[in-house]
Ligand binder design. Structure first.
Ligand code: OSB
Ligand code: MG
Length: 368
């Protein structure tokens, strides 16, 4: 496939409500889209990096810079570019998995649109619809949280995830269980906010029959998670710590997690994400698809990934309206607590040019 050029487009989209986690509050989603143009088709990739390096070491301006100054010139100089080769071509550049994932996704989308194949079919989807959950941020009060959770359960979401941090953990979980009972699938996500010294505090969550506790300890503390796992009944799930199929295999072997959150961005792309899926499946470890407050572009690919066989738990892939007043693609709509997997070529959705322009803050065209 001959790439004629790449557009880097920045958008700013206001979230319908601020999203608070242990690492901060997001009110405005600062987005970078990568559009790869070839003679046969064009492809889109969404860069999931946040405005600040508070979830991982990447941030959106840094991602754009590394793509612009290093990744694109290297791709332009490569004799032959395919989606399967992107990771290898960019491998000399250390780190920056979220930036690499966006580039690879755009190349893959262009390729699949040209071939008339959907993301789902390419990745190995076995379902045309996937059950989904919703990630609920830290709120000003427990009463507001309980109201918000009730609204999502009424809409039909199949599982609730509560963001937690020291001082906002046992109380909100207890309140949600007291109000909605034992039936709703419930899990929590700490985004690295605890230490092993908090084990007693985290064990206080055990009576609430949570599906899992996500990333309680720092991302490089695999040993700590293994030690914590021996002190808790609630299964540990890793998010930030899982950066590749190899790291997933190691974390599982060391007993650091019984469940894995797969975010394609965090592991450097959809192709590595599939390998993480495969390694987990081989070890009998269930996986679910994480989210990064994506627009319809990133969401389309995540829904397709979540249709693979070992994605047996509902993911953080909520409907478009959970995030934005208007999405840039045709919106993803909740149907029976799940989302339909797009069936068209590539991502199966395309940004609306008018909406795209409305949200765009800057564009940069790089000729190949
Ligand atoms: O840790 O899963 C996380 C959003 C941004 C960064 C990290 C995380 C999240 C979420 C939101 O939990 C998931 C979503 O997109 O709905
Ligand atoms: Mg997480």
């Amino acid at each position: 496939m001959k790439i004629s050029g790449v557009e880097l487009r920045r958008l700013s989209m206001t979230l319908r409500s601020p999203f608070e986690t242990s690492f901060g509050v997001v009110t405005e989603r600062d987005i970078l889209l990568v559009r790869v143009v070839t003679e046969e088709a064009e492809g889109w990739g969404e860069c999931a990096a946040m405005s600040e390096p508070v979830y991982s070491s990447e941030h959106i301006n840094g991602a754009q810079d590394v793509i612009r100054r290093f990744f694109l010139p290297r791709l332009a100089a490569a004799p032959h570019v395919t989606s399967a080769l992107v990771a290898q071509i960019l491998a000399p550049f250390k780190g920056h998995p979220i930036a690499k994932a966006a580039v690879e996704a755009a190349v893959l989308d262009a390729e699949l649109r040209a071939a008339g194949t959907s993301f789902g079919d390419h990745l190995g989807a076995v379902r045309s619809w996937v059950p989904v959950g919703v990630s609920v941020g830290i709120m000003p009060s427990v009463a507001e949280l309980v109201d918000t959770v009730g609204g999502y359960l009424d809409q039909g979401y199949r599982r609730i995830k509560l963001k937690i941090k020291p001082g906002w953990d046992v109380e909100p979980v207890r309140a949600v269980r007291e109000r909605f009972g034992e039936a709703p699938l419930l899990q929590v996500d700490a985004n690295t906010a605890y230490t092993l010294g908090d084990a007693q505090r985290l064990a206080a969550l055990d009576p609430f029959d949570l599906l899992l506790i996500e990333q309680p300890l720092p991302e490089d503390d695999i040993g700590g998670h293994a030690a914590l796992a021996r002190l808790l009944h609630t299964p540990i799930c890793l998010d930030e710590s899982i950066v590749s199929a190899r790291s997933a295999a190691e974390a599982i072997a060391l007993g650091a997690c019984r469940i894995v959150n797969i975010k394609p961005a965090r592991v450097g792309g959809y192709l590595e994400a599939r390998r993480v899926h495969d390694v987990c499946a081989a070890n009998g470890v269930p996986v679910w698809c994480g989210g990064m407050l994506e627009t319809g572009i990133g969401r389309a690919a995540n829904v397709a990934l979540a249709a693979l066989p070992n994605f047996t738990l509902p993911g953080d892939i909520s409907a478009s309206e959970r995030y934005f007043e208007r999405d840039i693609t045709e919106p993803f709509v909740l149907r029976d607590g799940g989302l339909d997997v797009p069936q068209g070529p590539g991502l199966g959705v395309t940004p609306d040019p008018v909406l795209l322009d409305e949200f765009t803050t800057a564009t940069d065209w790089i000729d190949f």
